[in-house]
Design a protein around this ligand. Structure first.
Ligand SMILES: Cc1cc2nc3c(=O)[nH]c(=O)nc-3n(C[C@H](O)[C@H](O)[C@H](O)COP(=O)(O)OP(=O)(O)OC[C@H]3O[C@@H](n4cnc5c(N)ncnc54)[C@H](O)[C@@H]3O)c2cc1C
Length: 467
């Protein structure tokens, strides 16, 4: 029996996609830059089916590329190895397995869409705090495999911090069950962390136990204008001192970023003039809503007194708060529409953030005066995305050269500041040549050893993270 028939025997013939029309969106990355090749995309409905697929792939030497919502930024879910491959799509695995209000946890299948998990938590009167622009289509398995951060990381941490347990199908087809959901467990190595952020190279995540938190009773949202990145950081320090853990989000955009949104997404209302260099969206949240607006007013007053802000708008309603967030969530779509985006995901220690932003922008502009340098990010956790938008270049080799020169600037400054080139998106395929520029060779060697130990035949998403 050939491979396609045998896959059909595991998941049902209709769940093995081979038609080029069905495969095209699955084989193309979110940015539309990479087009992979696969014999089929397979849609299992259970952990047992995933395990049977992995055993079959191992027997036949077939490469497996796990795929969630395919919203990742680095072509990590695109089959690009050039070897006979299948894509395993988790989208039929959408069960909410259990919600525990007492334990403040939710157990889910890895194919659950992030927004569905947020909604399920809300139904139980709880909060699942991971939040990002792609939350309507990205999946928990993808969030785990990229160690996603998003806009609430400042308060709640990244996906790694939000995870209590995992279920993983290993490259040899065995199921690793780490779904106890325990908050304390010092019995040996904590294996779940191997798979979080592994970009599908060490196993297929099929289930997870995630942390829940008390639901916010209300929020206060404001947009503030500031003159420099130094003022942005001083405003953050002031906010921490004034309101502590009530800072739910602290998102920054430079003027060029907001200008690109205004140009490319006119349907998004920008309720202020673009007469400042930096804009901060700050959200305060609390389980007790009373007093939040007053707290925000007092914080802004203090910031005005300290001459950190030139203006601020406080959302007068929930609808206006959502409209403010709409601006922030439009950064990726608008930049994509503005030209060829050379995107970066560095994080550096907060003390170096000012130098990072200033030096990268100046060096990129000196090299490419035609580039639009847009910046946005979750600056409170050290992660600001610097994007150089350049005019499209038709020749692929020339484009690669131009992109790499810009990348080299970012990587050099990141390394000097002891940062990382990927705070939350991963390395995938797109950033593969950059990892060694910044990361300690001993660390990379340990990663390779782990990969070789778990997946000696290199069948799980080969050619991602490292060659
Ligand atoms: C508009 C927009 C905004 C975004 N904003 C943010 C943001 O603020 N913060 C942030 O961190 N990210 C952000 N992202 C990128 C983010 O990484 C992804 O949206 C998300 O985490 C990936 O989930 P996914 O299901 O789409 O994964 P995919 O893109 O399908 O896959 C990503 C990686 O995970 C692997 N994978 C997927 N599922 C599994 C599984 N079950 N088991 C093993 N491996 C698996 C894939 O092989 C691949 O390596 C944004 C993306 C978009 C499009």
């Amino acid at each position: 029996m050939n491979l396609i028939k045998r896959l059909g025997a595991i998941v049902g013939p209709s769940q093995v996609l081979t038609d080029p029309v069905d495969l095209d969106p699955i084989l193309t990355d979110w940015r539309g830059r990479y087009h992979g090749k696969a014999l089929a995309a397979v849609r299992p409905a259970s952990t047992e089916e995933v395990a049977a697929i992995v055993r079959l792939a191992r027997e036949t030497g077939t490469v497996i590329v796990p795929q969630g919502g395919n919203t990742g930024m680095c072509a990590a879910a695109t089959p690009l190895s050039g070897r006979p491959s299948i894509v395993v799509k988790l989208d039929r695995m959408k069960r909410i397995r259990a919600v525990s209000s007492l334990g403040d946890s939710i157990a889910v299948d890895a194919g659950c869409v992030l927004a569905e998990v947020q909604a399920e938590a809300a139904k139980a009167g709880r909060l699942f705090p991971l939040s990002l622009g792609a939350e309507g289509s990205c999946q928990i398995g993808g969030n785990l495999s990229t160690n996603a951060g998003g806009t609430a990381a400042l308060r709640y941490g990244v996906m790694r911090d939000l995870t209590l347990g995992l279920e993983v199908v290993l490259p040899d087809g065995r199921v690793l069950d780490l779904m106890t959901g325990l908050r304390k467990d010092s019995a040996g190595y904590d294996l779940k962390h191997w798979f979080i952020g592994a970009e599908g190279t060490l196993g297929i995540i099929t289930g997870a136990v995630l942390k829940l938190f008390p639901r916010m009773a209300g929020r206060a949202v404001a947009l503030a204008k500031l003159g420099s990145i130094g003022d942005v950081l001083s405003f953050l320090a002031l906010a921490r001192a004034e309101v502590g853990d009530r800072i739910g989000a602290f998102e920054v955009m430079n003027r060029e970023q907001v200008a690109v949104i205004a140009e490319k997404m006119p349907q998004v209302a920008i309720p202020f003039a673009l007469d400042a260099d930096w804009f901060v969206l700050i959200e305060l949240g609390d389980t007790v809503a009373d007093g939040l607006p007053a707290l925000m007013e007092r914080l802004l007053e203090r910031a005005f007194d300290a001459v950190l802000l030139s203006d601020a708008l406080v959302a007068a309603s929930e609808a206006q708060a959502q409209a403010f967030w709409k601006i922030r969530h439009s950064v990726s779509e608008s930049s994509k529409a503005a030209g060829y985006v050379v995107s970066h995901d560095s994080a550096v220690p907060l003390a170096g953030q000012g130098r990072f932003v200033t030096e990268v922008e100046a060096r990129v502009k000196a090299l490419r005066p035609d580039a639009r340098v847009v910046m946005h990010g979750h600056i409170g956790d050290g992660n600001i995305h610097i994007l150089a938008i350049i005019p499209p270049v038709a020749d692929a080799d020339e484009r690669f050269r131009q992109v790499d020169v810009i990348n080299a600037i970012v990587d050099e400054v990141t390394r000097d500041l002891r940062g990382t080139i990927s705070a939350e998106h991963g390395i995938g395929y797109a950033n593969i040549g950059r990892l060694a520029r910044v990361t300690d060779p001993v660390e990379i060697d340990m990663m390779r050893m782990l990969k070789h130990t778990l997946d000696p035949d290199n069948l799980l998403n080969p050619g991602k993270i490292f060659t």
